[in-house]
Design a protein around this ligand. Sequence first.
Ligand SMILES: *Cc1c(COP(=O)(O)O)cnc(C)c1O
Length: 378
Amino acid sequence: MSGFVFSEKPITIESGEGPYLYGADGTEYLDFGASYACTPLGHSHPAVTEAVRAQAAELTYVQASYPVDVRTETYEKLATVAPEGLDNVWLCNSGTEANEAAMKFARSATGSEKIVATKRAFHGRTMGALAMTWKKQYKAPFEPLAGGVEFVDYGDVAALDEAVDEDTAAVFLEPVQGEGGIHPATVDYLEAAREVTAEAGAALAFDEIQTGMGRTGTLWACERAGVVPDVLTTAKGIANGLPMGATLCADWIADDPGNHGSTFSGGPVVCAAANATLDTLVDEDVPAHARAVGDSLVAALSDAADEHDLPVREVRGEGLMIGIEVKRGANRVLRDLAIQENVLALPAGRTVVRLLPPLTIDESHADAFVDAFVEVLG
Ligand SMILES: *Cc1c(COP(=O)(O)O)cnc(C)c1O
């Protein structure tokens, strides 16, 4: 992802537990990036570790055309927790693949080609998903990409209304833009997107690859608005660090089985990890916990910024997907946090420090982050 490399002091990681990573030299790092939201339950969660260990010993892999209980369970679990009606589940190995599938399904179901995406969007790095990604720097060396993508300002209802027509296959939106700087959509915008696409016969696709799995305080970010898309893609945290992506579709979007495929789709070991992750997230109501800790972390960061007169423009986000817009280079702040305070976080563009900690952190971890942040910026 974005090039944030500690060039003068590479951090070699040897192990992890909960919200902590441990360096080869024994240094303990508080991990507020969770490697881009990939470990919502924290590192080496015992339920996931045990599920993986047991499944690897039983059956590591068999192709998706043979039903295997552990994979069937993943289909069922995802269909159960999916937003209403999105119970057709397609499994793959990454976020970008989940979006490629969504693009193909939407084109195939509508017979149309045009895709409407948003400025600042990030949807992945393969030739289709990359075509819906905004940043020129990611795209320029590889053009021409998949055609037919039109970009509109994120949050602008009139622009969306204008761009979507009968020739539109889909509108792709992140309910909270991640890579683009942590920008939550308003409820009105998501509702308008639902209306505009329904009227045009286009699919509404929510990219919940980063926002899904409880990150924003509900299992799916779109629950906050009560808007159900036709396709929802997710990945990152779905198997607490093992590679899986999922495309959840309404009946009218689900393509004929056989039209699209992937050899490793729903591998048993990865499915075992996903099942344990989903069970834990749901049974322990981790999303509600994330909302509570996230709300107080945002408040504490804003208070600290005021109290210590920190160079902070804004603190924003949903649940434990938080952006701190700083009045200086984010990478410099991140480097100081890592090297001086042993705290890891992420950038989102040049001026936003992005926090995507494990959802299982408690107030003491949030306080430790705030203290480190004040230390570095004060
Ligand atoms: C990370 C991300 C992707 C791409 O996922 P990969 O697993 O890296 O291919 C797509 N969309 C969003 C919103 C993401 O955050």
